[in-house]
Design a protein around this ligand. Structure first.
Ligand code: PMP
Length: 392
């Protein structure tokens, strides 16, 4: 029995549990074939390098990238977003250029842009959302202009669960000559990703939010953009030739993967993709939706509960945030913990969104297809206890 089995684990947006198939692949690497990649001449090293590069192809297929070389392994979504901010932003942004993000971005898709804006003299523009948590498209259209060079938005909000259709945004961004970066960290466990269909120029996600291990993530970049990007970390394996004073670099993706990569993480990511595809996104989204529907119905019957974003369950992709009367979200989460329910409470690395919503913190429930309706019942019972204990 694992610790998860004793919990109603409703914090999947923070990280998802790992299935045995993923654990086995990682275990097998460490137990039986822990060698480095891209270096050895012996057969085992070649074998593991092939497995590693096979996962790159698998990721490319998974997100419908045209080439495996468009897939860069990073340590996570944060790392991937930083790579674009510092590898692309610093060389392509100049004074008076503009970057557009939204008010519901995770700090990982905000703070790097703040830094790059300060370094380059460019301006960070922030588009608001509508009361139901959608990007305000009218406001976005007004912000887009010939100075806009980068638009960087989340595909699914880690607080509101809102999904943003990127196609019209990609079209509008491209029309003014900007590139679109998509933060898919919170989307990838719930929906199929097609970078070409959505018109993404860059896309980032993490393995640990899609049943894979921590410390591994992906940056997808359009071939020409990756070629035009400078590495941000330098060292072994990313170079072509080195003299005492100079160095030339490998083409993408290797120029972005300096040093020994997270080999076990990459292999684990491959197994996580297999796991998701074996179950299939249609089934995953059907179960996610049933759970969220049930949760929204239950929450809306508790008068003290305020749900943030849309009142429609269909608008919440596996994530619902709320507060219970005036009770601090941390107190709600602590009482729920005593009731055996794991949720997250706080600002969820989205402080500007908290300000926009007029609160300091919210309680966030995030489901995966592995959850059961009985776990939602356990949560709803726990919220009744919050009300009784704190007289809300
Ligand atoms: N973007 C979003 C929308 C997220 O939810 C997260 C993780 N909470 C990140 C980016 C950053 O992901 P990581 O911490 O795995 O790098």
């Amino acid at each position: 029995m694992t610790k998860y089995d004793q919990l109603a684990y409703l914090d999947n947006a923070a990280t998802t549990p790992m299935p045995d198939s993923v654990l086995q692949v990682i275990d097998n690497y460490y137990q039986t074939q822990k060698v480095n990649v891209h270096r050895g001449m012996y057969r085992l090293a070649n074998e593991v390098t092939q497995q590693y590069e096979h996962v790159r192809q698998q990721v490319a297929q998974f997100i419908h990238a045209p080439n495996a070389s468009d897939v860069v392994f990073t340590s996570g979504a944060t790392d991937a977003l930083n790579l674009v901010a510092f590898g692309y932003g610093t060389t392509h942004l100049h004074a008076d250029d503009e970057i557009i993000i939204s008010v519901m971005e995770h700090h990982a898709n905000l703070v790097p842009w703040q830094q790059v804006a300060a370094m380059t003299g460019s301006k960070l523009r922030v588009v608001d959302i509508t009361p139901d948590g959608q990007i305000d498209m009218v406001a976005l259209q007004k912000l887009l202009n010939k100075h806009t060079k980068i638009v960087s938005l989340t595909l699914v909000s880690n607080v509101l669960g809102t999904y943003t259709d990127m196609r019209p945004i990609a079209e509008a961004a491209h029309k003014v000559g900007a590139v679109l970066m998509v933060d898919a960290a919170q989307a990838v466990a719930q929906m199929a990703i097609d970078v070409q269909a959505m018109g993404a120029d860059f896309l980032a996600f993490s393995g640990h939010k899609m049943f894979g291990p921590t410390g591994i993530g992906v940056l997808y970049g359009r071939t020409d953009l990756l070629a035009d990007m400078t590495p941000t970390r330098f060292g072994g394996e990313m170079i072509d030739q080195v003299t005492q004073q100079t160095a030339t670099f490998q083409p993408a993706p290797l120029k972005f993967e300096a040093g020994t990569p997270n080999i076990a993480g990459v292999l684990g990511l491959g197994a996580a993709i297999d796991y998701i595809l074996q179950i299939g996104y249609p089934k995953i989204s059907q179960i996610d939706h049933e759970l969220v529907d049930y949760l929204m119905k239950g929450l809306s019957q508790i008068p003290a509960v305020t749900i943030y974003g849309s009142p429609l369950a269909t608008d919440h992709r596996a994530v619902v945030s709320f507060n219970v009367g005036k009770v601090h979200a941390h107190d709600v989460a602590t009482i729920l913990d005593a009731a055996g329910v794991a949720v997250r409470a706080g600002h969820h690395c989205a402080e500007p969104l908290m300000t926009f919503l007029g609160t300091e913190s919210v309680v966030r429930v995030s489901v995966s297809f592995e959850n059961k309706l009985s776990e939602i019942d356990q949560l709803l019972t726990g919220i009744q206890q919050v009300k009784e204990l704190l007289h809300e």
